[in-house]
Design a protein around this ligand. Structure first.
Ligand code: BJ8
Length: 382
């Protein structure tokens, strides 16, 4: 049984509840910006007085709509995101005044060209690597360009003081999220990986950052107390670190299943985890430069080379007392699939820990096979 709070909301419940809140905000004249990625500088959206909303597709329902114009052999996250937009079944896409996207993987950036035919889509040109001064200069100029584009598109002025205020607020949110993630370090962890990944995704449907911070702080305090009262003396189950592609679309099929089969997911080294939270935006610098520096450090596999991901994993293996690593690769995600060889060697040869790689999509076709592979993997850890 997963340790879930009484008022726990599933992803689809939280998504539905957010519709009403968003409609009310729109009626009050609030502008909304749809986003897809951890590279998105949400501070710029907040500084513009607008509301950011995550539009990443985590359901296979809209995929048939996407496959009418996108190749079948494409990442399900891209197909699902596009499918929602093209089938007009996502109220958040409908309510968005503009889309803010980045050139991350090839599939996403080409899909954004098609999305731009439906709604104004600004695509930031992300450098393909971080080394050298050129990368930072070019990403900094993309931040300045974004500031102009967003001012025009949303018809607002964005001042440096607006940006500084947004940076301070987001930094507070990051700290609250990080403290929440770090509950996973406790042994045994009172926080299920299922709850953790759900809360992080559903947070995107709470549009008041102060409210998000307080929800996270309250739940973190509750979990610490729960650990002291009920968990501290319990035996620990095998402790799993999840890595690879975002796992929102395989939450039931993989994340819940791992825990129901007898292990604890204690951390996520992917975009559902502390990847974007653990380093803050420098509040003392010029705001656009500080944003450029921070977001260039995101250690996604679209960056080449990407040693920072292995460094982050090294820290997590130790800090979260990990017993085994499960990597999730979404179908046709070339960058994470190629990087998985390095991850496997790092986990098994350098750290002498078991490693399992699951390549999957959003369908239920491989559920049985995935259960068998997870069960066999957990037997090694028992
Ligand atoms: S920072 S992980 S959110 S790009 S899984 S669409 S990479 S083919 S989602 Fe991602 Fe930003 Fe990176 Fe995070 Fe492409 Fe791979 Fe699909 Fe991906």
């Amino acid at each position: 049984m997963l340790n879930l709070p009484e008022n726990f909301q599933t992803y689809s419940e939280a998504r539905q509840q957010g519709f009403i809140r968003m409609k009310e905000l729109k009626e009050k004249g609030k502008k909304v910006v749809g986003t897809f990625c951890t590279y998105t500088p949400t501070e710029m959206i907040l500084a513009a007085g607008a509301v950011p909303v995550g539009l990443c597709g985590v359901s296979d329902e809209p995929i048939p709509f996407a496959e009418k114009s996108l190749p079948k052999n494409l990442c399900p996250l891209i197909k699902s995101s596009y499918g929602f937009a093209v089938s007009d079944t996502c109220p958040y896409f409908y309510f968005s005044d503009m889309i803010l996207a980045e050139t991350t993987c090839d599939g996403k950036k080409k899909m954004y060209e098609m999305m731009g035919e439906m709604k104004y889509t600004h695509v930031m040109q992300l450098p393909p690597g971080r080394s050298g001064i050129m990368a930072l200069e070019s990403w900094h100029s993309e931040m300045l360009r974004l500031k102009n584009v967003m001012s025009q598109q949303l018809e607002v002025e964005i001042t440096d003081e607006d940006l500084r205020r947004a940076i301070r607020l987001k930094n507070r949110e990051r700290k609250a999220m990080l403290n929440f993630f770090e509950i996973g370090r406790l042994k045994p962890s009172p926080l299920s990986g299922y709850e953790l990944s759900t809360v992080i995704d559903t947070n995107s449907f709470i549009f008041d950052t102060e409210e998000k911070i307080s929800i996270l702080e309250n739940r973190t305090a509750e979990l610490r107390q729960d650990y002291e009262d009920n968990f501290k003396t319990k035996p620990s189950r095998p402790r799993i670190l999840i890595t690879g592609c975002p796992t929102g679309g395989v939450r039931e099929k993989i994340i819940r299943q791992i825990e129901e089969l007898g292990a604890d997911i204690v951390g996520f080294e992917n975009c559902c985890g502390p990847r974007a939270q653990k380093d803050l935006v420098d509040e003392s610098k010029d705001p656009c430069l500080a944003l450029a520096e921070k977001y260039l450090r995101v250690n996604c596999s679209v960056m080449s080379p990407n040693p920072a991901r292995i460094e982050a994993m090294e820290e997590m293996l130790e800090d979260y007392s990990v017993d085994g690593v499960i990597e999730v690769i979404l179908q046709a995600c070339h960058t994470f699939a190629i990087e998985s060889d390095r991850v496997k060697k790092f986990v098994t040869k350098k750290n002498h820990l078991p490693y399992l790689c699951l390549e999957t999509d959003y369908s239920q076709a491989d559920t049985g096979q995935i259960n068998t592979r997870i069960s066999a993997f957990l037997e090694i850890l028992a």
